[in-house]
Design a protein around this ligand. Sequence first.
Ligand code: ADP
Ligand code: MG
Length: 350
Amino acid sequence: GRSVHQIQSGQVIVDLVSVVKELVENSLDAGATSIEVRFKNQGLDSIEVQDNGKGIAPEDFETIALKHYTSKLSSYEDLTSLDTFGFRGEALSSLCALSNFHIITARAEDGAVGKRLDFEVSGQLRGTSVSAAQRGTTVSVENLFAGLPVRRKELEKNIKREYGKALNNLYAYACISVGVRISVSNQMPKAKKTALFATQANPTTKENIMNVFGSKTLLSLVQLDLELQMAPSSTRSFMASATEPSMEVHVHGHISKPIFGQGRQAPDRQMFFVNSRPCSLPQVAKVFNEVYKSFNLSQTPFIFANLVMDTNAYDVNVSPDKRSILLHDQAALLENLKASLTGLFDTSEY
Ligand code: ADP
Ligand code: MG
């Protein structure tokens, strides 16, 4: 019955942010170069994510929304060299239990005939029907948490904040995803659809940032290009050994200049990534903000920082939403980052 599945599926989909995040990640995993996110009533009525990715094969229709079904992981070893966002097969199954959910998908291989897939709350395929569609996949989530009165009430009460958080999360995906057009819109009841922002399949993150936050933002940003070199030390993680090579972390991105003219204020957005995966890195953020503060007391910086490092240097598998990342050598990284950032601000000319 419904209740059993609702209890079991409270893991990945905990709020509006996680819905949007899981769907956009699925579209990116499907190789989409264009992703359209459509909110209705800020997500209370529906969230729809349409992509032009590879689509879903007919032989997968039956299994796609079953718990733990994933097409992205072929062996346990894959977990250490993960190059897709998904690997647990929980998002779609959760959404079946937590919303009115359907998919429309079309593949070039199938003559571009669109299929609409409807599911039981258990994730079992209820039926398919022919539907007009372009190549790719559209996932529709209506009435999120409808069967769970308490959570639905909570969502309704906090929708402004939840929606704001979802948009912030979308900024991060839109800015980091080079070569992908990501557009976001919202439609309030009895109103016209409002376009919120759109990137243009740009070759650089800089252009993405310009699309999302406006071209003025760029005037007040400096390029981040730090190479952190960490010597092996006894404080290193369990992997430490005398023969271990030093670890390198590259920090690529953009940050506001600590001093700049009036009217050039960058928005105080802060986005962090590990190997291009958006994540929350509170300790890293703290270092950035502290160093910045020692140069400019009055503003919070705009930060877009992608930490590029060996996949053995961290673990994304610590929380179901994969937003928390465990950096095995955080202390050394923070220390190096602090010195390096201070150096950057000291030498940069403004
Ligand atoms: P995971 O992403 O961990 O594999 P999900 O529940 O998010 O689990 O998705 C289940 C499966 O559904 C995916 O492995 C993929 O095969 C398919 N799928 C989901 N979304 C899309 C999409 N937008 N395009 C193509 N296939 C998709
Ligand atoms: Mg997924």
